[in-house]
Ligand binder design. Structure first.
Ligand code: KG4
Ligand code: ZN
Length: 364
């Protein structure tokens, strides 16, 4: 493999169709283009991602995204050294669209092909953005994912724990729905929480009484539903302050659970005495100021570098897939045309399987 690698990445595992071109040259990474076409309007009326609609949209739009990504990079396929594609986990129809497309290009152009685990794409992003050294600790926290990963190499991950039911973003979205706020719920709940009293309602801190780094968020939303119904029964509706207090209480509970479980994950990681310890977060929920501040404070107290890649690279995109492809190809990994789409694909085969499957498809 040459020192300079220019890779076309494809992502289609959920509700974003994406293509990107990333180059690594002399140890430095450069995103030449990153095109993301979200499908939110197609699914809006259904309250979640509809797999068949997603698959058709991916199949229709992937070639347009690839054309746009190549054009923005100022390249044709002749200037690309390989194709990296998300081969799972995710919604099978979407993953298949991407894998078939990547295989066709690889076969037609005689290019190396590599299947990338979507979660590895997220987990390796801090290396793309900040050149972070292995090993580092990663928290993926979005509407579809929630897990702690000790990242040791492009194909080497220890999962220290994760959600056993909802992802936090899912819980934020459901909370917004229960309170009549818009979607996506995270930013709406965060805004509504301004001026709220987080202590007014005693929301639970699920699984904090149990050792380890596993988390649970579905009970929180049930507690919120009960508190809401109690208020409605007592006073006939919700005042603005009630909504603020409910949102502030819910958000404080999520932040507290994530902070405590992060503290435990950090302890496991620091036990290995990494030379330059670092903790990175990715995913939409990392945008939440209460969550971010709690994690930042934790890292400051532990003397650990805290990193959050820019939001556009935290959420689903193909630059992360292209980058993971660069690392895998450079390490000698290469797939052939038998590459299969894998709806479930845990990063760490030693870790206990996760139970949650989630609104946006399989979590691992
Ligand atoms: O990573 P992402 O864009 O997509 C996937 O879930 O794959 O994350 C979106 C999730 C949504 O559930 C959204 O409500 C949540 O992240 N989110 C937030 C905030 N911004 C986005 N949650 C809490 N606070 C926010 N400010
Ligand atoms: Zn994702």
């Amino acid at each position: 493999m040459t020192a300079t690698l220019t890779i076309l990445g494809l992502e289609s595992s959920c509700d974003d169709t994406a293509a990107a071109v990333v180059r690594r040259q002399g140890g430095r990474a450069q995103i030449l283009s990153s095109v993301v076409e979200g499908q939110a309007p197609l699914h809006a009326a259904f309250g979640g991602v509809v797999p068949e609609i997603a698959a058709r949209a991916h199949a229709e739009r992937l070639d347009h995204c690839i054309e746009a990504a190549l054009a923005q990079a100022g390249l044709t396929l002749a200037g690309v050294d390989g194709i990296a594609v998300t081969a799972g986990p995710g919604l099978i129809g979407g993953v298949l669209s991407g894998v078939m497309c990547a295989k066709a290009i690889a076969a037609a152009c005689g290019l190396p092909l590599v299947g990338v685990n979507h979660l590895a794409g997220h987990a390796l992003t801090p290396r793309l953005t900040d050149g972070l050294d292995y090993p580092y600790l990663m928290l993926l926290v979005s509407g579809g994912h929630c897990q702690f990963l000790l990242v040791r190499g492009p194909d080497s991950f220890d999962r220290l724990g994760g959600t056993i039911d909802d992802a936090p973003g899912e819980a934020f979205d459901k909370t917004a729905k229960l309170l009549g706020l818009g979607q996506p719920g995270g930013p709406q709940v965060e805004a509504a929480a301004t001026g709220g009293n987080p202590a007014r309602f005693a929301f639970p801190r699920p699984l904090l009484d149990r050792p380890g780094c596993d988390m649970s968020f579905s009970g929180l939303k049930t507690a919120l539903l009960r508190a809401r119904d109690g208020l409605i029964a007592a006073q006939g509706g919700l005042h603005r302050q009630d909504r603020a207090d409910l949102c502030a209480g819910f958000q404080a509970a999520v932040a507290a659970v994530l902070a405590e479980k992060s503290r435990r994950a950090l302890a496991v990681y620091l036990d290995e005495r990494p030379e330059r310890p670092a903790f990175a977060v990715a995913g939409g929920v990392a945008a939440n100021l209460a969550v971010r501040t709690a994690l930042q404070d934790l890292c400051a107290a532990a003397g650990v570098r805290f990193l959050a890649p820019p939001l556009a690279l935290c959420t689903d995109n193909a630059a992360m897939i292209a980058w993971a492809g660069i690392e895998l190809l450079a390490a000698g990994r290469r797939d052939d045309l038998s590459l299969a789409a894998r709806p479930r694909w845990p990063l760490d085969l030693q870790a206990a399987p996760m139970l949650g499957s989630g609104r946006k498809g399989a979590k691992a």
